[in-house]
Ligand binder design. Structure first.
Ligand code: NAD
Ligand code: GLY
Length: 358
């Protein structure tokens, strides 16, 4: 088992990565404060892994709430199902919430934990690659609004993250690739050595080679933990983790949540960011080709769906990086060196949006 630390002073917490961690009672018990637990999962993950998790909670009053599966249910309405379960089951302030699922369950369970009785402890047990490399770490919790993705939420850190790599065996190939998009992101924004490793090991990752998966999760979490420790509330460098997201969130919102997977939309967004960076003279065209090649090898799209430029820009203006009404984008000064900037020519942005559609 690998253990990493998210260094946030008295709110620091470990990330455990390894095989067969789900049934390890001793691991999870260390992070439960009271004797009551509410496991939040969904209709796909619960039949696969809930019993195993529940078995490790013997001796606790462990209850569960099962949400419908899908990005389209990541709403205030379904968030309320978690509060209803907590109240109907008379769960106290000492209750711990355990999020068992992908990024949707993790973001919703974390937000519920941040709000219930003004905050109760929670643990992340991420079950998708995307959640293991990104969403379970760093304390961003949220639900979507029809007008904007992840717009209602809170920063609220978990007590620990338990990433059992065995659960990835039941994940379908499309979801695996969506997770790889966020893995590639770390290479592009701050870790070119990791990008080189990904270029050499993409087939092993897609083939679910156990060692390759563990390494990719570990290296991704190291990068994320570093950035979060330096800038928990995204006053500065944490925004770099949003490479491709302003474009990607606009695609997700325009298409209807769930039509495009988050990782797929981010893949297109990262390609758009590379394309615009080249138009600004920061990247070579060979760099843009390099980005496209790696994304395509991961079975990810680089061209977005047909959405009018005006609509894209409208949706991109609903973004948490907007400052004084100005869209700010994460762009690449070089491969492995990202910046947040509002200094781009509007005409060049239009060209990128035009060029990067199917
Ligand atoms: P998801 O949670 O929808 O999971 C993808 C699919 O895989 C779902 O159908 C799910 O039921 C299924 N699944 C989960 N684990 C499985 C398993 N082990 N075996 C079989 N099927 C399994 O999507 P995701 O890609 O995990 O997360 C995307 C969400 O995460 C988005 O809402 C995005 O906004 C959010 N996100 C948050 C952060 C953050 O920092 N909080 C970062 C990145 C993404
Ligand atoms: N996924 C972006 C962040 O955690 O900041």
């Amino acid at each position: 088992m690998i253990t990493l630390d998210v260094a946030l002073g008295d709110r620091s917490y470990p990330i455990y990565i390894g095989r067969s961690l789900l049934g390890k009672a001793a691991l999870i018990h260390n992070y439960l404060s009271g004797k009551e637990v509410l496991v939040v999962s969904n209709t796909t993950v619960a039949p696969l892994y809930l019993d195993k998790l529940m078995a490790s909670l013997e001796g606790y009053r462990a209850e569960s709430v099962i949400l419908p599966d899908g990005e389209k249910y990541k709403t205030l309405e379904y968030l309320n199902d978690i509060f209803t379960a907590l109240l109907e089951k008379r769960m106290s302030r000492q209750t711990s919430i355990i999020a068992l699922g992908g990024g949707v369950v993790g973001d919703m369970a974390g937000f519920a934990a941040a709000c219930y009785q003004r905050g109760i402890p929670f643990i992340q047990v991420p079950t998708t690659l995307l959640a293991q490399v990104d969403s379970s770490v760093g304390g961003k919790t949220a639900v979507n609004h029809p007008a904007g993705k992840n717009m209602i939420g809170a920063f609220y850190q978990p007590k620990c993250v338990i990433a059992d790599t065995d659960v990835l065996s039941t994940l379908d190939d499309r979801q695996l690739s969506a997770g790889i998009a966020e893995v590639i992101k770390y290479g592009l924004i701050r870790d070119e050595c990791f990008l080189l490793w990904l270029e050499e090991n993409m087939e092993a990752l897609l083939g679910r080679d156990a060692a390759a998966l563990v390494y990719a999760i570990e290296r991704s979490c190291m990068n994320k933990a570093d950035v979060v420790a330096a800038d928990e509330h995204e006053c500065g460098q944490r925004a770099l983790l949003n490479l491709g997201h302003t474009f990607g969130h606009a695609i997700e919102t325009a298409m209807g949540y769930g039509e495009w997977l988050h990782g797929e939309a981010v893949a297109v967004g990262m390609y758009m960011a590379a394309d615009l960076s080249a138009r600004l003279g920061w990247l070579e065209t060979t760099d843009v080709t390099r980005v496209a090649r790696l994304l395509e090898r991961a079975n990810l799209p680089v061209k977005g769906p047909r959405i009018s430029i005006e609509k894209m820009k409208d949706l991109m203006a609903v973004d948490k990086k907007v400052l004084d009404g100005q869209i700010r984008l994460v762009l690449l000064k070089a491969i492995g060196d990202a910046v947040v900037t509002d200094e781009f020519d509007a005409e060049l942005l239009d060209q990128t949006l035009q060029q990067c559609q199917v």
